[in-house]
Design a protein around this ligand. Structure first.
Ligand code: 5AD
Ligand code: SF4
Length: 478
């Protein structure tokens, strides 16, 4: 039998991570096994093109793969995701080892294609067509345990065409997945041990507002497409689901019912990622974001009223074309006013074909980098302060694995004050999504996720005793 080993490298957003995990399960179900880079026959790179840097990384990774596999005559590479959609068959000429390119809608067909490529050495395949319908994928739950925190796609693509963003071109038009299929997948994940589910989409608030959603509407829904708020309620009602999250909402169309859900659904976690992008109305307008800061701050106030302990995080682009020092300062003022627990900030990067790429007033790289550094310095201090504020509080931690840090390794003798000789160090997340490390007594029996580790997937009561730069340390409460 020919070698059926694979390795996947993933760049970019959680959607890509989710696609890669599905692809890995689908390949394992077809008899493939995972192998390290340089040893695997099928080398898959799942790519992101949202900024220029991640795109450049793909090219260097393909060079690395070529080097690492030069002694494996059958080895080949597969490029999936947004850069694959953008460059397409151009990969075949630039990198002869690439034999399959697939985009977001083509991923459902990738496992079959990889199987064919293993059997037919001369073949090359491209799966780049956008489909009209949401490309439903086979459930692959049977192969391997389900992680305690699982991700479920609810839509593909985006229709917003923000001026800087390549996503509408690489992921195509918005297509909502059928609500019944979403709820069914969530229910299966919970049955197999998932305690937390994160619903994924480029713009979850407009779930249900597209032609594909209208096609899914059933008489049980009164013939109308299911809204995002209704979907949240349906998933939240699944017995056994301890935590529900979603990402990413667009501020322009967050419905009052979604804000209310933070006050009414017990298992909807008190943490929301709400991309602001800029704190300047002038720049928001140029970005085509369709909200101003008055609207953004109103949403923040209403979220805090619905759920007073809610923590927010955001995305910021620094140095959008035409951004003045005053515009940038407006962003800093807005960030201080909201008090984001975390932010992901990026220098503006020209993406081919987008409106912003054609705008005048581009900033020098050094100016963008200097502004970014100022913003990140403030955020880092504030994030540390948020973590320090948690010290002394009681929380609940969903355990998702054993600690990887050497000083937190099992039996590593880490003195955490918990007084548990020979205890096991575990990591997990609190309801806000903050990483927490905790030492627990050894627990040999199987956990609820069916895995070999007894604590995996359990939610334990913890008191936070220390704040580190990016994480917390807690002790088990009796
Ligand atoms: N340049 C810089 N950052 C970008 N993002 C999207 N497009 C660009 C771009 N051209 C950022 C936005 C988005 C996040 C995923 O990436 O902040 O929310
Ligand atoms: Fe890009 Fe805007 Fe769509 Fe987000 S909402 S994916 S930033 S176009």
């Amino acid at each position: 039998m020919s070698d059926r080993t694979f390795h996947i490298l993933t760049f970019g957003c959680q959607m890509n991570v989710n696609d890669s995990e599905w692809l890995a399960r689908a390949l394992v179900a077809r008899g493939f096994t995972q192998a390290p880079l340089g040893k695997a026959r099928v080398n898959i790179v799942n790519t992101c093109s949202v900024r220029d840097k991640p795109e450049q990384k793909v090219y260097s990774v393909l060079g690395r793969i070529r080097q690492a596999t030069r002694k494996l005559p059958d080895a080949f590479a597969v490029v999936g995701g947004c850069v694959a959609q953008q460059i397409g068959a151009g990969f075949f000429t630039r990198f002869p080892q690439v034999r399959l390119v697939f985009g977001g809608d083509g991923s459902a067909m990738a496992p079959q294609a990889i199987e064919r490529l293993c059997a037919e050495p001369g073949l090359r395949v491209s799966l780049l067509d956008f489909s009209e319908e949401y490309p439903e994928r086979d459930a692959q739950l049977q192969s391997g345990p389900v992680p305690p925190s699982a991700f479920v796609n609810i839509m593909q693509g985006c229709d917003n065409f923000c001026a800087y963003c390549i996503v509408p071109y690489t992921r195509g038009r918005q297509k909502s997945r059928a609500a019944d299929a979403v709820v069914r997948e969530c229910a299966e994940l919970v049955e197999h041990g998932a305690r937390e589910i994160t619903l994924l989409g480029q713009n979850v608030n407009s779930y249900g507002q597209d032609a594909e959603a209208a096609r899914h509407a059933t008489t049980a829904d009164g013939g109308k497409a299911v809204t995002f708020a209704e979907l949240l309620h349906r998933v939240a009602a699944l017995p056994g689901l301890a935590r529900l999250r979603f990402v990413t909402p667009h501020p322009k169309d967050i419905a009052p019912e979604v804000i209310d859900a933070f006050g009414t659904l017990d298992n909807l976690c008190p943490r929301l990622h709400l991309p602001m992008q800029s704190g300047s109305d002038r720049i928001l307008k140029a970005m085509g974001r369709k909200y101003d800061m008055a609207r953004y701050m109103d949403i923040v106030q209403r979220l805090k009223a619905a759920r007073p302990d809610i923590q927010l995080s955001t995305d910021i682009i620094v140095g959008f074309p035409g951004e003045t020092e005053q515009d940038f300062e407006d962003t800093l003022v807005a960030m201080r006013a909201v008090g984001f627990a975390a932010s992901f900030s990026f220098c503006y990067s020209d993406r081919p074909g987008t409106r912003a790429a054609m705008l005048p007033g581009k900033l020098e790289a050094a100016e963008k980098a200097a502004r970014l550094a100022r913003l990140q310095e403030w955020q880092n201090d504030y994030t540390e302060q948020c973590l320090r504020n948690m010290v002394g509080t009681d929380t609940e931690v969903l355990l998702d694995g054993m600690s990887k840090k050497p000083d937190m390794a099992p039996g590593g003798g880490h003195d955490d004050g918990a007084g548990i000789p020979g205890g096991e160090s575990w990591q997990g997340r609190d309801p806000y999504g903050q990483p927490v490390n905790v030492v627990l007594p050894a627990r040999p029996e199987r956990g609820p996720a069916g895995g070999p580790e007894g604590w995996l997937g359990r939610i334990v009561p913890v008191t936070i005793v220390e704040a580190k730069k990016h994480s917390l340390r807690g002790v088990l409460r009796a």
